[in-house]
Every structure is written in structure tokens, then in C-alpha cells.
Write a protein that binds this ligand. Structure first.
Ligand code: TMP
Ligand code: MG
Length: 217
């Protein structure tokens, strides 16, 4: 018997506005892929457990203040500190599912409309990070989001920010369109999950054609 070369895992990002159902869908995807026999790890950004993550957590809970650029770079640093782990995990054959990534990073910061913090500026620190094999964008209308209940108490959880974020996601995802798959998240949890699992499985089956993990440009 010839030994088969190790097949790498996929890097699957799940993005969307608050209340689009990202976290539940990530958990369902993880469970479905595990059932199908794939090795899977689920991580989320911000990772609030690291020293940088603790600064971010405090900022999001409005317990501390940060300059817009400074907090932006901390969110990015929080991804960079896990970049090697993501590369190694994927190389070892485990598929990594990530709840929020560089897209949220650029869009939420640019949504502050700070004159020296453009979408272009905000994207730059992300260049070179592991590039997703697929970015699933869970799309939900403002009406449907409103039906799903009120905002929490964290920073950014208000109408002004959310509508700017929605608009900027449109611009950024169009620029990165080769990696993006838009999912209509206004349907039932099961309907959305079925499509996500389908897209993820197809992505995993295409990995040989994609080759090694790429870098964001
Ligand atoms: P969470 O609700 O998914 O835990 O994310 C917390 C908030 O942080 C959410 O409003 C989006 C925002 N965010 C950024 O501003 N920059 C980032 O890089 C990430 C990952 C999230
Ligand atoms: Mg939140």
C-alpha cells in the first residue's frame, strides 16, 4: 500500500452582522462536519482569552477607552497571534471554522467614519494573514434583524453602526468576491445550516485544486 500524502484542512470563515446567527451556525457546521468524519476546530474573533483579547473585551464592554486606530490594530494583532496556530492546524489536516475575521475587522473600524481610518487603511494590517478557502457571509435584512430582538449592551450594538457596517460589508465583500459566498440567513436555522454544510463540504473537496493555504492580499 502506498501511503497517501496528508490532506490539509480548510479555513472556513463565517461573517455577518450582529444577530445574523453566526455563532449558532458555526456550532452546527462543526457538529455536521464532525459527524461526516472531518477533524474540526472552531475558533472565534475576537479571542477574548489572550492578553490582547482582554484589552479588546474591556473596550467592547465600554469599560475602557482606546483610540480608534489603536483598538483596530489590537483586533488585528489578536488575529496575528493565532495565525501560526491556524496554519499548523490546517496543515495537520484539521478544518478550522472561524466566527468573524478580517472582514469584520476592517468594516467595523471603518464604520466609525474617522477621517484617518478608511476601509483601505483598515485592511492593510490584515494583508498576509491566512486567507480563507471560503468566507460564508450570512446576509440578513434590517427588518429580519429587528425581528430577532434588541441589541445587547456592547459597543457597536446600535442602529447607526449596524447600518454603516452593512454598507461597508457590501463594498469589502465585493472587492474580495473570489473568496465570498453570500448565504441568505433570513430563513430557518435548518435551511441555512443545510446550505452552509453543503458549501463547506464542496470547499473541502476542492482543496487539492486550491493547493496550500494562501495569504490575504
Ligand atoms: P462578537 O459579538 O462576535 O463577539 O464581536 C464583538 C464585536 O467586535 C462585534 O461588534 C464586532 C466587533 N469586531 C471588530 O470591531 N473588529 C474585529 O476585528 C472583530 C473580529 C470584531
Ligand atoms: Mg456580539
Amino acid at each position: 500500500l502506498e501511503s497517501q500524502p496528508m490532506r490539509r484542512g480548510a479555513l472556513i470563515i463565517v461573517e455577518g452582522l450582529d444577530r445574523a446567527g453566526k455563532s449558532s451556525q458555526c456550532e452546527l457546521l462543526r457538529d455536521q462536519l464532525l459527524t461526516k468524519g472531518h477533524a474540526v476546530e472552531y475558533i472565534r474573533f475576537p479571542d477574548r482569552t489572550t492578553p490582547i483579547g482582554k484589552l479588546i473585551d474591556s473596550y467592547l464592554r465600554n469599560a475602557s477607552h482606546q483610540d480608534d486606530h489603536s483598538i483596530h490594530l489590537l483586533f488585528s494583532a489578536n488575529r496575528w497571534e493565532l495565525a501560526k496556530h491556524i496554519q499548523d492546524t490546517v496543515a495537520n489536516g484539521t478544518t478550522v471554522i472561524v466566527d468573524r475575521y478580517s472582514y469584520s475587522g476592517a468594516v467595523y473600524s471603518a464604520a466609525k467614519a474617522n477621517p484617518t481610518l478608511s476601509l483601505e487603511w483598515a485592511w492593510q494590517p490584515e494583508v498576509g494573514l491566512p486567507r480563507p478557502d471560503i468566507c460564508l457571509f450570512l446576509s440578513i435584512s434590517p427588518e429580519e434583524a429587528a425581528k430577532r430582538g434588541g441589541f445587547g449592551a456592547e459597543r457597536y450594538e446600535n442602529e447607526t453602526m449596524q447600518s454603516r457596517v452593512r454598507q461597508l460589508f457590501g463594498t469589502l465583500l465585493d472587492r474580495q468576491r473570489d473568496d465570498v459566498c453570500v448565504i441568505d440567513a433570513g430563513r430557518t436555522v435548518d435551511e441555512v445550516s443545510e446550505e452552509i454544510v453543503d458549501v463547506a463540504v464542496k470547499c473541502i473537496s476542492r482543496l487539492d485544486a486550491i493547493g496550500p493555504l494562501r495569504a490575504l492580499g
